[in-house]
Design a protein around this ligand. Structure first.
Ligand code: FNR
Length: 369
């Protein structure tokens, strides 16, 4: 069957992948309320399209941290991509680079920063989990920098792993033929089997729960790469992130895999954008599956969005080609949304092109006499 939208890859991935792997990719935390809400919230934002504007030429290009991209659609870090397809992160890196956009490589990738760099030119960010052993962190950041990565996405919502019940039931662990490649030489590349989720135990053993704002400043002493703080969903933390020297903010709830019952990221976005006051760019990830979703995020003030699950599902289905198709479908849908809304460049996308539940009614119904 022909795939005509991004969501359809999920069912194909479910058919193809071992249950333990599919569940790891698909799951959210606990009741998975936020997982559904990340999608549902987009459906409550409607358009106010403008008509009779010449839309024969649409420009989707943008500049992110000084890098020119073909579109504001980027790839979020998702761990262990070789469980989805033997080419794993190599395929994702090539697909992103061919599409003229950014790939963010997970700390927990099954390919190393050097291996991903070897796939050829491309603008790449490195997602960082801060380990208790700061020498490990410093080494890894230096390696990413040397391999040509352009920014750090510091994940700040994971002092402990969220409770993903499918992973507990499946006794999730990294298949024995794979390693967390970035940590292989440091003897931290393997995940032991545990009585619950092997990943949750790994995090409990290795990840630094004491991580705080001063560490964001410390990171800046060991690298010149700009730091994006990934996992902010409040105005308070937006202000603190900027004070701590963040070069940008990623509004993220970790694909609903950490704290359940946090709002959908698209609901939290505007609060963060307002608090940032244009001082740093704000990005969003979580539930983006359509070009219309991309448009809505930009209308609420995001400079760009990242996609997570669509990458691993399309990788599982069709490898590099699948990821390319996902990026192309989102691009095409976003271009169409711009045309049908009367916008020919990203600058023209405004808050007035959408209406949300929290907007004041524009016209009140006439009182009944
Ligand atoms: C993730 N995410 C994630 N985030 C991170 O900072 N480091 C990581 O290693 C991972 N790994 C990971 C694996 C899988 C399978 C998923 C689904 C997610 C979170 C990810 O970067 C992003 O925030 C969400 O995936 C965005 O939501 P969507 O697009 O998946 O709905």
């Amino acid at each position: 069957m022909e795939v005509t939208n991004v969501t359809e890859y999920q069912a194909i991935a479910k058919e193809k992948l071992p249950k333990m792997v599919y569940d790891y990719y698909a799951s959210g935390a606990e009741d998975q309320w936020t997982l559904e809400e990340n999608r549902n919230a987009f459906a409550r934002i409607l358009f106010r399209p403008r008509i009779l504007i010449d839309v024969s030429k649409i420009d989707m290009t943008t500049t992110i941290l000084g890098f020119k991209l073909s579109m504001p659609i980027m790839i979020a870090p998702t761990a262990m991509q070789k469980m989805a397809h033997p080419d794993g992160e190599y395929a994702t890196a090539r697909a992103a680079s061919a599409a003229g956009t950014i790939m963010t490589l997970s700390s927990w990738a099954t390919s190393s920063v050097e291996e991903v760099a070897s796939t050829g030119p491309g603008i790449r960010f490195f997602q960082l989990y801060v380990y208790k052993d700061r020498n490990v962190v410093a080494q890894l950041v230096r390696r990413a920098e040397r391999a040509g990565f352009k920014a750090i996405a510091l994940t700040v919502d994971t002092p402990r792993l969220g409770r993903r019940e499918a992973d507990i039931k499946n006794r999730f662990t990294l298949p024995p033929f794979l390693t967390l490649k970035n940590f292989e030489g440091l003897d931290l590349g393997k995940m032991d089997e545990a009585n619950d989720s092997g990943l949750a135990s790994y995090v409990a053993g290795q990840i630094d729960r004491t991580l705080s704002w001063k560490d964001v400043q410390w990171l800046q002493t060991i690298t010149t790469m700009p730091i994006l703080v990934k996992g902010v969903i409040t105005a308070e933390d937006t202000r603190l992130a900027i004070q701590a020297g963040a070069a940008g903010i990623i509004v993220s709830n970790h694909g609903a895999r950490q704290l359940d019952y946090v709002p959908a990221t698209i609901m939290a976005l505007e609060e963060v954008v307002k608090a940032a006051q244009g001082r740093v760019p704000v990005f969003l990830d979580g539930g983006v599956r359509r070009g219309t979703d991309v448009f809505k995020a930009l209308a609420l003030g995001a400079s760009g969005i990242f996609i997570g699950r669509p990458v691993v599902f399309s990788l599982a289905a069709e490898g590099e080609l699948g990821v390319k198709k996902v990026l192309q479908m989102l691009r095409d849908e976003f271009e169409l949304t711009m045309a049908l809304s009367g916008c020919t460049s990203l600058k023209q996308i405004t808050r007035n092109h959408i209406v949300t539940e929290w907007d004041a009614p524009r016209s009140r119904p006439a009182p009944r006499l």
